[in-house]
Design a protein around this ligand. Structure first.
Ligand SMILES: NC(=O)c1ccc[n+]([C@@H]2O[C@H](COP(=O)([O-])OP(=O)(O)OC[C@H]3O[C@@H](n4cnc5c(N)ncnc54)[C@H](O)[C@@H]3O)[C@@H](O)[C@H]2O)c1
Length: 251
């Protein structure tokens, strides 16, 4: 295993499960000190324990990314614990299927809060540390951030917002040496898809190609791309929006 991230200090949200867990484990295995956060505190602790059991360095904390004050406190704690920050990975996310007429205020606001507000709070809080280290932010958006998707108004809007945030921060801070990029996964085998309930309100012919691909990715496929964008191999990638979707948004 190469040690691309020796001496790197990494903050990973969504670290309890799926892509966040796979990404935290990969950073840990490649030499980074990893600060694992998730709403699921026990799950984040399990990920951190796996990294340390395998000989790496990791810490875990509970964090609800929808809470701005909690995000600022978590970044402060991570920077204090690790001695700074080099890489912020915004991976935590929520989604589901709801025809517009059935989407609730709470459903809309939760998608925006987790998928867009959280990355904003954490990016802003981490900024002084990442400018000091000439660091990297990698956001996990979705193919739903690149195209419309029937029955997913809140999710699609929140992921478009995240891509807008990614491109804007890339422009605002690129000259100061901070790179900001996003990965857009297609359908990936994680617990996330369990939240997508298809019932008789749904016209299957309107569900996009992304939801109908026969083959799905593994969480590790996304971890590989997230770590690539975070690494020096991607030193010239800034504002890049990288689809890892088996070609579903290619045309
Ligand atoms: N799985 C897919 O098919 C797919 C496709 C495209 C994009 N994505 C995106 O990938 C990212 C990772 O999802 P995954 O597939 O690994 O799902 P997952 O459900 O396995 O992991 C998501 C994690 O986010 C955490 N989380 C949810 N709300 C949170 C909050 N308020 N604060 C902190 N943590 C919170 C959950 O506890 C969970 O551990 C998400 O942003 C999702 O939108 C997933």
């Amino acid at each position: 295993m190469s040690m691309r991230f020796e001496n790197s200090r990494v903050f990973v949200t969504g670290a309890a499960s799926g892509m966040g867990r796979a990404t935290a484990l990969k950073f840990g295995a490649e030499g980074a000190a990893v600060f694992c956060v998730d709403l699921d505190a026990e799950g984040a602790a399990k990920t951190a324990n796996k990294i340390t059991t395998d000989g790496g360095v990791a810490h875990a904390e509970a964090l609800n990314v929808t809470d701005g004050n909690a995000c600022r406190a978590a970044i402060d704690l991570a920077a204090e614990t690790l001695g700074g920050l080099d890489i912020l990975c915004n991976i935590a996310g929520v989604g589901g299927i709801a025809p517009l007429a059935d989407e609730t205020d709470e459903g809309w606001c939760l998608a925006m809060a987790v998928n867009a507000n959280g990355p904003f709070f954490l990016s802003q809080a981490a900024l002084p540390h990442l400018l000091a280290s000439k660091g990297v932010i990698v956001n996990v958006a979705s193919t739903a951030g690149l195209q419309g998707q029937a029955y997913m108004s809140s999710y699609v809007a929140s992921k478009h917002a995240l891509i807008g945030l990614t491109k804007t921060l890339a422009l605002e801070f690129g000259r100061e040496g901070l790179r900001v990029n996003a990965v857009c996964p297609g359908g990936t085998k994680t617990a996330f898809l369990g939240g997508f309930q298809i019932d008789d309100r749904i016209d299957m012919s309107l569900l996009s190609r992304t939801a109908l691909l026969e083959e799905m990715a593994e969480a590790e496929d996304m971890a590989n791309s997230i770590c690539f964008l975070a690494s020096q191999e991607a030193r010239f990638a800034n504002g890049a929006i990288l689809s890892i979707d088996g070609g579903s948004v290619a045309g």
